[in-house]
Design a protein around this ligand. Sequence first.
Ligand SMILES: Cc1ncc(COP(=O)(O)O)c(C=O)c1O
Length: 439
Amino acid sequence: MSREEQSFISAHPKSAALYERAQHSLLGGVPMNWMKKWAGKFPVFVAEARGAHFTDVDGHEYVDLCLGDTGAMTGHSPTPAIEAIALQSKQGITLMLPTEDAVWVGEELARRFGLPYWQFTLTATDANRFSIRIAREITSRSKILVYNYCYHGSVDESFISLIEGKAATRRGNIGPPVNPVETTRVIEFNDLAALEAALKPRDVACILAEPVMTNVGIVHPDPGYWQSAAEIARRHGTLLIMDETHTICAGPGGYAREHAITPDIFVIGKPIASGLPAGTYGCSPEVAEKITRRIHLEDCDTGGIGGTLAGNALSLAAIRATLERVLTSHAFARMIPLAQRFVTGVAGAIEAAKIPWHVTRLGCRAEYLFRPNPPRNGGEAAAAADFDLERYMHLYALNRGVLLTPFHNMSLMSPATTEADVDLHTRIFESAVRELTAA
Ligand SMILES: Cc1ncc(COP(=O)(O)O)c(C=O)c1O
């Protein structure tokens, strides 16, 4: 690790100088606090990015398997999106008035994701927040339910975890407005008995969930889990919010559509506008009818659901281009086999090195975990995390031209990723593991 750290510092003098300069104007020297988490001593500063690659200010080129933690799953600056963005930016960026694109996008979202009515935000976090508010409003219940080690953006209610079986505020939760134990029930994924018990008091407005957990490594649902969970939720009058911000990697309609799960509210953000800020949430006819009845014209601009720039013309033009011409079925047919190739390569290296790890996949997303078999829930997945080992693997890859996400070990394929990009990662992974096991 010291060798890798030293080699990173020597190869990045310009990034080092920018980081040093940034100490005087940016809190912690970074524009956003999580940018400190990159495996090197400082983040690499980007000169430019295109497709599945980017170049840093020191002139190194990288294969980007992080892809903005899904924000750039489309590949960086895909041509159809940048053309639409360039055109719309000359014709008005934000107006507080709808454009025809909004209607086109609403119709396409309904076709893709199967829910009829849509609203827009600037982030997936906001889409989750507003969905929770709607669920609380129409059920007149105060609590929500999430899964242990979930991540749904900076949603206050979701920063809760199980510590020795007891709910507690999550490590790293900065300035919570109230203890999330007051607002939230937290259970392990794939535990139907726990779900039944948590919903039984009939005070839970909604479940906020990813259909497959992606933020603590990939944790798949047991076969039939969601069909049973949805039935339990319905029986207890709890709404199901599916956050498909990451699981859109499963296919053009997301995971729920492909597995015949029907949520009451559907959320997506990140890649939906090729990385331009945009999020959206859609709801069922029943939810639409109930919430519409409760919002009066005079008050419709207040009440905790808003955002002056939400639904702006530029984001909507970018969403339209992304849905119509970037995140197409054709693109997924290219991306998914690349993730399969990644899994084959990494699994081969794990087997050859005889280390107790495994690699798993969801659509065009792949991830290796430091345990021999797939975890069934967030608690099991988190127990296998190893911060130092993770940093070693990430820095080893970065020093050889491959960027992984700074959180766990996720790799994502974009329509612009190539087999050669995947194979480069495989060779680097083999070498990193060989050095580890030789030590
Ligand atoms: C599943 C999921 N939902 C929502 C979000 C929040 O997205 P944003 O930070 O763009 O609001 C994230 C971010 O990682 C996420 O993983």
